[in-house]
Ligand binder design. Structure first.
Ligand SMILES: [Zn+2]
Ligand SMILES: [Zn+2]
Length: 306
């Protein structure tokens, strides 16, 4: 299915769910209480950092580090609470994004429109949701694991269980904040990585795509906003490369390492394939890298391990 056909097909189930979640998020603002607020903050970190950043993205998609199987499953379960689809869908789509970044076939490039890259591809990108064969080739590792296959089919169940538990123990305000508002904010934060960090920010590395480093998006996504760093070094578990590049997902991975739960952690190594050069513009004094080979070659060669 080509992109033009894809853009014209509304995915109604997702669209209706998104409308309900946005209405719930607005309703939460009129039902403020400190208890539900803090529950939402903690769940935002659980789903956004433990789940999406450390789990779906840096562990499952890029295999930037290794954990015992139960930790991997736990982080993946946290990821389903973000309601961004099951691990097979998420990982498959993201691996395609890295292979075809900002070129034809990229599932969510702003070159196909800002709205498309942010939310349009989710509401109207029916092809990728339906045609799992297209994704299958990209996720052979996950498809071998029955837990991931089942969790991908039933990815919305943990969120429903959480909602029922919050309703039973706290009441409607906890559901509005802990599920509706928290999920909606988390979705937009992730979508901003696809849209904003391919539009606005600085480019430290000459990756040949539109990826940028964006401080604000990094704050909203626990460190995923250092997106140009990430496209230059996809398998690195660390995205914030300077001390001031706040990267909570990296701090979480370091904590796992101290607990003995993360090993073989991949880091960028600026070897001969990525050479540092002085930026020609005086305003951007950060060094820029010049890739001497295709960026895809760099993956797997950034193998400095902790
Ligand atoms: Zn990207
Ligand atoms: Zn990635």
């Amino acid at each position: 299915m080509n992109l033009a056909e894809d853009q014209n097909q509304v995915n109604w189930i997702t669209t209706i769910a998104m409308v309900i979640f946005h209405i719930g998020a607005i309703a939460a603002l009129f039902n403020f209480a400190w208890g539900p607020f803090w529950v939402a903050v903690v769940l935002w970190w659980v789903s956004g950092s433990l789940g999406i950043g450390m789990g779906y993205h840096r562990l499952l998609t890029h295999r930037g580090y290794k954990t015992p199987r139960w930790v991997e499953y736990f982080l993946t379960l946290c990821g389903t609470l973000a309601l961004e689809g099951g691990p097979i869908f998420w990982v498959g789509v993201h691996r395609i994004h890295h292979q075809l970044t900002d070129r034809p076939g990229d599932p969510h490039s702003p070159r196909d429109g800002k709205w498309w890259s942010h939310m349009g591809w989710v509401l109207m990108g029916k092809g990728l949701h339906r045609d799992t064969r297209e994704l299958a080739a990209y996720v052979p590792d996950l498809r071998k694991d029955r837990f991931y296959v089942l969790l991908s089919q039933w990815h919305w169940v943990p969120e429903v269980v959480l909602a029922v538990a919050l309703l039973a123990f706290g009441g409607w305000k906890y559901v509005l904040w802990g599920v509706f508002l928290r999920t909606t904010v988390g979705l937009h934060a992730t979508w901003l990585v696809n849209s904003a960090t391919h539009l606005w920010g600085s480019q430290r590395f000459a990756t040949g795509d539109d990826s940028r480093n964006n401080f604000l998006i990094a704050l909203l996504t626990f460190g995923e906003g250092w997106h140009n760093n990430h496209h230059a070094h996809p398998s690195s578990a660390r995205h914030g490369l300077k001390w001031w590049e706040i990267d909570l997902n990296w701090y979480g991975i370091q904590l796992l390492r101290r607990l003995g739960l993360a090993k073989q952690i991949k880091l960028p190594r600026l070897d001969s394939r990525i050479k540092l050069a002085v930026s020609p513009t005086p305003s951007a004094r950060m060094p820029v890298a010049t890739a001497t080979g295709p960026i895809s070659d760099i993956e797997g060669r950034t193998g400095a391990h902790l």
